[in-house]
Design a protein around this ligand. Structure first.
Ligand SMILES: [Zn+2]
Length: 318
């Protein structure tokens, strides 16, 4: 008995399960779930909670939910998805990109894969035979000092790049940027966060947790202190990957690394690389928590040259 035969519309489904209305409105999206992995936990919980749903096999349930959500207009959550296993793109309500998804999607996937490749090489690149370039990169982007023994900080950077690499190897969901949501002009991506306790309380009350949330701490400027947060999806401007873009492959991969560092390394935007003095003068401590520092250090190390901006292309990473 196919799920969609029983519930061809979301409304029909919600008549039967009214308290799941919030679920399809929530950040917990069925579209994000990796049916082969731990993502199916959410559906298993749902089947336990609602025994009527147990009659559907898990794949049927998964694709059924996705179809139901996708048929609704609105935000990304109910939108169409482009799914190639290790990269899932959400774009449905963004009509421009929905129409051009076959053009941009392969480019975004290629960029994620280049970011994965770059990050896979960080350990060996940091131990390069010709150390002068590496020293210059670490000095510029992470505030290392030549005269000092920086071996502990170097190990720290290595570990963070490894964390980033491992995190990016799992299935990653990338949503189209919602225009106007970004705080600063020129930003091409962002990752939202919410208070971890609030997220947990919300998820607890529904007995559903998104397997794709990540947790960490970040400086909350309004609260003036570090807070525990739940990170949402990476959002990027799909225009960066359009045919007419002037972004280089490296800059595109750098954007992915920049956003991934927010989600997986709890970085913030203390300064962007194209802000010159402001960026250069950041303390080492802040550079180690700064998203652009990871993005530019990674692409510099990969290219084996110190890259200070996007080579004059006047584009800013998110
Ligand atoms: Zn950022």
């Amino acid at each position: 008995m196919a799920f969609l035969n029983d519930y061809p519309t979301l409304n029909k489904f919600l008549e039967r399960y009214p308290d799941l209305d919030g679920l399809v409105n929530d950040e917990v999206t069925f579209m994000q779930m990796d049916i082969d992995g731990s993502g199916s936990d959410v559906l298993c919980t749902l089947r336990t909670q609602y025994p009527d749903l147990a009659k559907y096999n898990i794949n049927d349930l998964y694709y059924g939910f996705r179809a139901l959500c996708g048929k609704h207009k609105g935000s990304n959550k109910r939108s169409q998805v482009w799914d190639r296993g290790s990269v899932i793109l959400k774009y449905g309500s963004h009509l421009t990109w929905a129409a051009r998804i076959d053009e941009v999607a392969p480019r975004i996937v290629a960029s994620v894969n280049l970011a994965r490749k770059i990050l896979s090489e960080m350990r060996s690149r940091l131990g390069a035979v010709s150390p002068e370039v590496v020293v210059a990169i670490l000095e510029y982007h992470f505030g290392f000092e030549r005269e000092k023994d920086e071996s502990a900080s170097l190990e720290d950077v290595r570990r963070r790049f490894e964390t980033l690499h491992k995190s990016l190897l799992s299935t990653i969901c990338i949503a189209c940027m919602v225009t106007g949501k970004q705080k600063k002009g020129g930003v091409r991506g962002y990752v939202n966060w919410e208070n971890k306790e609030k997220y947990k309380a919300k998820a607890d009350s529904r007995k559903l947790f998104s397997p794709y949330k990540t947790f960490g701490t970040i400086m909350d400027e309004e609260a003036g202190k570090e807070v525990e947060v739940a990170w949402g999806n990476i959002h990027i401007d799909f225009g960066v990957f359009a045919t007419e873009t002037n972004w280089t492959d490296l800059a595109q991969a750098g954007l992915i690394i920049h956003e991934a560092s927010h989600k997986f390394l709890n970085t913030d935007d203390y300064a962007y690389c194209d802000e010159g003095e402001k960026y250069i003068n950041l303390s080492k401590n802040l550079k180690l928590k700064n998203a652009d520092s990871y993005a530019y250090a990674a692409i510099s190390l990969y290219a084996h040259e110190l890259i200070k901006d996007d080579k004059g292309k006047q584009v800013r990473m998110g």
